[in-house]
Ligand binder design. Sequence first.
Ligand code: 5GP
Ligand code: SF4
Ligand code: MG
Length: 465
Amino acid sequence: CGIFGAVGVTDAANFVALGLHALQHRGQEAGGIVTHDPDEGFNSARRFGYVRDNFTSARLMETLPGPIGIGHVRYSTAGSKGAAIRDVQPFFGEFSMGGAAIAHNGNITNADALRRELIERGSIFQSSSDSECIIHLMARSLQRNIPERMEDALRRVEGAFSIVAMTRTKLIGVRDPMGVRPLVLGKVGDGWCLASETCALDIIGAEYVREIEPGEMVVITADEGVQSHQPFRPQPSKFCIFEHVYFSRPDSLIGSKSVYETRRQIGVELARENPVDADLVCPVPDSGTPAAIGFAHESGIPFGMGIIRNQYMGRTFIEPSEHIRNMGVRLKLNVNRALIRGKRVILVDDSVVRGTTSRKIKEMILDAGAAEVHFRIASPPTAWPCFYGVDTPEREKLLAATMTEEEMRKHLSVDSLKFISLDGLYRAVGEAEGRKSNCPQYCDACFSGEYPVTPADMIKKGFQM
Ligand code: 5GP
Ligand code: SF4
Ligand code: MG
């Protein structure tokens, strides 16, 4: 999901809508905005579909006045698939000291247990979302202000969370102690903003100040600026390495590193580890493009756009049903026949999950008359599901969970199939020594099976680590 908040600006809702639009790649199902105005109180709007189709109408935006606001774009992982509007964030709670709204990116791994306990003690849930637990935990806290109630609540929560929240006057940002999901701070005019990624600061002309640190909570007001708290016991940080590979936008910075440059470097490492004689390096757009550029540069093999993407389709992976996903690939990608015919083609993609994309693409490329098809994948084999906010399917549906690399190659019937190694990926993100196996610097559980937080709910449901 994508989250954004602004305080100390005129008509915060406009900033939030623009920020969410820049974060649309992080969630396309639905979006919501909450604002507060001293005269009009809290207001909210939650809608299915793209930000640009909802939060551009003057009629709707006029209902969201005020100098403070937060928003969320939804990508469903936890909670019901094919969602109901009641699952669309931000969520709102009314407390004795006033209202608060929260928007959550990540996934709470003990949400089932918490929900059961809260319901037994009288909480009435409005949604099926894991994130709603936070509001109910806050309601039960005895602290006298909302940031402290949030601290109490979040100390009971396990898993991954980056949160943007607001009261009448305070904008609040928090990252879980491992800092699995991103969150950055920006300065815009006299005001401040929080966003999942720096590309959402660029769109509103905000200056990138810094990342919110793992385990940090910031409380921001228009008058007093940013106050930093450390509500959690410190832990080794475990930023999601897949943000570098796929999830973040290439024009964002993670820390001070350009996501584009990291992806290009992944392509360089991939070409060093798995060279092959061929005529053309071709990205699977858009997510494979920077890695393909790096691969072509390192190998000296010409780069070409052998697959053209229809810009009016979203990310296929996020469409919930298999049927739609199968259709989606053809709706989105078409082959550039004139370029492909007769060539030995290296296809560079970011990941193979179910293998749906790779299989379709190979067919398209062979139909267009390619002489050979070689896949080079910019991440290691995805053999484990993610429980921290990326929607990977059950383990059985992951190609790499049941097949070796050679079995996958046969299954896709391509001339060769190679993945970057985990060490190669760590080198590309800037860890010259590769992966420290005693304490990896990132979360890489979907590749390694080493989960930094025990997925308690899933284990109860029979998942075996
Ligand atoms: P597959 O078709 O193998 O099931 O999925 C891989 C494709 O889905 C890649 O082209 C990748 O760009 C795209 N993709 C979109 N969202 C995600 C996601 O959340 N995780 C992964 N691993 N791939 C995704
Ligand atoms: Fe990221 Fe994979 Fe860890 Fe999920 S399991 S947080 S996708 S590295
Ligand atoms: Mg892709």
